[in-house]
Write a new protein. Structure first.
Length: 274
């Protein structure tokens, strides 16, 4: 975006056929853009906070990890490049959002981005992230015969704009079964449903965003799953959105078991592909 902006992503290449994507973990907003934001928006409250810390174990498992640096308020990496709605008829935020999850304006003076500005942000941040994601999945598939993409997300557990009541804690999405093999989805759901103290659902309110839907091509050896989890499962759901180590430690073993199941599936599928 500017000469002082960080790169669009941080990437760690692992050794296993598992890629963990964190498209909403970024918090960076270029200063000139932040100057147009409301004070609330400058706090980037709709971030998927502390994803890298929550999933720190994934690196030790051999997973590749792709983490966004820029806030979703700059450009949302989990939206289609044309900005089409992923949930027609339901309230959603766009490719370059103009409102927060609480349905308040992001831009103080209403100077929302025009098509030219959206294209600039898409080229500078969205495109490089997706190019890296595509390249890593292709590398994994060439090397292992299969790749599993885990799209890691979190959200406040109560958000009336998007859903009624309290959201289940572990929301697995497979685009209604289109983005991964049924056996993988059921194995993951079984682990999530058996996690004591947590609620779980498959393809409920969150069925997977653009990343899951676009890259999940099980017929071509790429299986994609999104996990949208409640932030109360590991952090304080209000400013300063503090990470709660003791709370996070209770859910991390279940996340690790799900990733282990994804890896076991990938290894088995890779053997068959070979």
């Amino acid at each position: 975006m500017t000469d002082t902006s960080p790169p669009p992503f941080v990437f760690h290449q692992g050794t296993e056929p598992l890629l963990v994507s964190m498209p909403h973990a970024g918090t960076y907003v270029p200063p000139a853009l932040a100057a147009r934001f409301t004070p609330e928006a400058r706090q980037v409250p709709d971030t998927d906070w502390h994803m890298e810390r929550l999933y720190a174990f994934a690196k030790q498992m051999g997973a590749s990890i792709l983490v966004a640096t820029h806030s979703r308020y700059v450009v949302d990496l989990n939206r289609p490049p044309d900005g089409a709605s992923l949930y027609p008829g339901q309230s959603v935020t766009g490719l370059c959002p103009v409102d927060t999850f609480d349905d308040t304006p992001i831009y103080t003076a209403g100077d929302v981005p025009d098509e030219s500005e959206i294209a600039t942000r898409r080229d500078a941040v969205w495109a490089p992230y997706h190019a890296q994601l595509r390249a890593e999945l292709d590398r994994m598939r060439a090397l292992h015969g299969v790749a599993v993409l885990w799209d890691a997300h979190s959200i406040r557990s109560v958000l009336p704009r998007f859903f009624d009541g309290k959201l289940p804690d572990l929301n697995l999405g497979t685009a209604n079964g289109a983005s991964c093999a049924p056996g993988l989805a059921q194995a993951l759901l079984g682990i999530a449903e058996s996690a004591p103290g947590y609620t779980a659902v498959l393809n409920g309110r969150f069925k997977g965003g653009y990343i899951t839907r676009h890259y999940g091509q099980p017929g071509q050896g790429v299986h994609a799953v999104q996990l949208e989890m409640t932030q109360c499962s590991y952090l304080q759901e209000a400013l300063p959105f503090a990470y709660l180590p003791d709370v996070a430690a209770r859910v991390q073993p279940h996340l690790q078991r799900m990733l282990a199941a994804a890896l076991a599936f990938a290894r088995g599928a890779g053997v068959k592909a070979g």
